[in-house]
Write a protein that binds this ligand. Structure first.
Ligand code: 5AD
Ligand code: SF4
Length: 465
């Protein structure tokens, strides 16, 4: 309840102070959680210069498409959306400004400008702090319309330290970029080299979130467990790993739940595993992409570990935290993948058991080594393998959810559900959980006894107060 009142006060406070020159901002977000975070930060950067978020591009003064390049046709989706936006811009008499941000902007900035004249500015993920000055330049028709520099540190240093949030959960980027160069992945090219934010900066942002009623923070990074940010000022001039950072953040009063994503198996060190064992605020759920079960394919992917090593790591994590559940990412049809290789993936899934998973057909990304490899797998074979893998993963997910029936889980209530008097929240394993309860409970963590389980969600009965 507390958080709701706070959020409402902030919103009305904002609109009162900006009535004189309120401009409308529409941001459409594609792709991963980091893009969701980045879109929020763009809103924070633009608020002081008079922009208020709206829900539709129609009539907006500024439209931002925050794009994703990780898999197929992402760029094509952006071009077709730009076609629709063009009509709205014409309707506005050209007043509307259009920006393309995110990973497609980083990878194909010049081409976007050439192909879509409707676009006024293009900015890559490390340039969001420059949005106000870019808009000013475009309005005066002066200077560069394309910003795709790679200065991650400058971006974080120049972003506002405080955040405007709505609801009890939030994302917080602690690390960006990646040096792993998996051969299928475009991220090292679009997000740049690995960069970890200093601990003090992260703590300041976390405190600002908690002050607004946030009780659960998901720490984000493309390779989040490679985190090695500068230690707090009072400590020696060393860096901290993710385990140390989580222990420190867990001390913030009111911050009851922590999560992190996405991890690389290579960077899952003992210190972090110990924090899973010792820190109750760290949720017992870990997203740990395996991608494939065949060592030959893992090697071709440049994942830098074998299946046996992954299995050993999982055993160690499960020994430290028996109730921890795993989720993962898989790619089928990587170049050279034979039926036998694919069967190794199925066997790995059977052997380890995942509570939830994402699985994809390999999509050749321009400029990545995988795209040029021989042995590209035909589309129909990829589709057929994906269907077999997903059948298994879905069955595991349902079985895991059903294993929770009869258990009492802690649920952080995010809002109301669809049914009458129904509330909606998330269990420790991230499933959406529905139950009957009073709206006043929104923002609280309650105990819910699970009575029903589907593939994607749980249902239960409030079991306290
Ligand atoms: N093709 C298919 N899936 C991919 N992923 C990343 N790049 C590709 C690609 N080129 C998947 C991986 C990664 C997740 C975020 O997206 O499984 O873990
Ligand atoms: Fe991409 Fe993740 Fe591999 Fe980095 S570790 S290259 S982000 S898949």
């Amino acid at each position: 309840m507390g958080h709701q009142t706070l959020a409402e006060t902030t919103k009305s406070g904002q609109s009162e102070s900006k009535t004189a020159n309120t401009k409308k901002l529409f941001i459409k977000t594609y792709g991963c959680q980091m893009n969701v975070y980045d879109s929020e930060r763009m809103r924070d950067v633009l608020a002081p210069v008079g922009y208020t978020p709206v829900d539709s591009p129609d009539g907006a003064d500024l439209v931002v498409l925050n794009t994703c390049h990780i898999r197929e046709k992402a760029a094509e989706k952006v071009y077709s959306e730009l076609g629709r936006i063009r009509k709205l811009k014409e309707k506005s008499g050209g007043k509307m400004k259009v920006a393309v941000a995110g990973c497609v902007a980083q990878a194909e900035g010049e081409e976007i400008m050439r192909r879509a004249p409707v676009v006024d500015l293009v900015l890559g993920p490390q340039s969001y702090h420059k949005l106000p000055e870019m808009i000013a330049r475009v309005s005066r028709k002066l200077g560069e319309r394309l910003e795709t520099d790679f200065d991650t540190q400058e971006k974080f240093d120049l972003m506002p330290q405080t955040r405007t949030v709505d609801g009890p959960t939030a994302f917080l980027t602690i690390q960006e970029g990646c040096d792993k160069f998996c051969t299928f992945c475009v991220v090292p090219y679009t997000r740049g080299a690995e960069f970890s934010r200093p601990v003090d900066q992260i703590v300041a942002e976390a405190r600002s979130l908690v002050a607004q009623g946030v009780r659960e923070i998901t720490l984000l990074g493309q390779n989040v467990n490679a985190y090695h940010g500068a230690a707090p000022k009072l400590e020696a001039d060393e860096s901290w790993g993710l385990g140390q950072l989580i222990k420190h953040l867990a001390k913030i009063g009111g911050l009851d739940r922590l999560r992190y994503t996405t991890s690389h198996p290579r960077d899952m060190d003992d210190a972090l595993i110990e924090v899973h064992r010792d820190e109750p605020a760290l949720m017992p759920y870990l997203h740990l992409p395996l991608q494939a079960g065949s060592d030959r394919i893992l090697k071709a992917m440049n994942r830098d570990h074998t299946y046996a090593e992954f299995k050993k790591l999982v055993a160690k994590i499960r020994a430290a935290k028996p109730e921890l559940a795993l989720s993962s990412d898989f790619i089928v049809g990587f170049p050279g993948e034979s039926e036998l290789d694919f069967k190794r993936t199925l066997e790995a899934v059977e052997e380890i058991g995942f509570a939830s998973s994402f699985s994809f057909k390999y999509s050749p990304r321009p400029g990545t080594p995988g795209a040029a490899m021989p042995g590209q797998v035909p589309e129909d074979v990829k589709s057929e393998r994906l269907a077999r893998l997903q059948k298994l993963l879905t069955a595991q997910q349902l079985a895991f959810n059903q294993s929770l029936i009869g258990k009492t889980l802690s649920v952080l209530i995010e809002g109301t559900g669809r049914g009458e008097n129904e509330l909606f929240g998330r269990a420790p394993y991230l499933q959406g959980t529905h139950f009957i309860g009073d709206e006043n409970l929104i923002g609280n963590i309650v105990s819910v006894e699970i009575t029903d389980a589907g593939q994607n969600s749980l249902r239960g009965i409030l079991s306290d107060g």
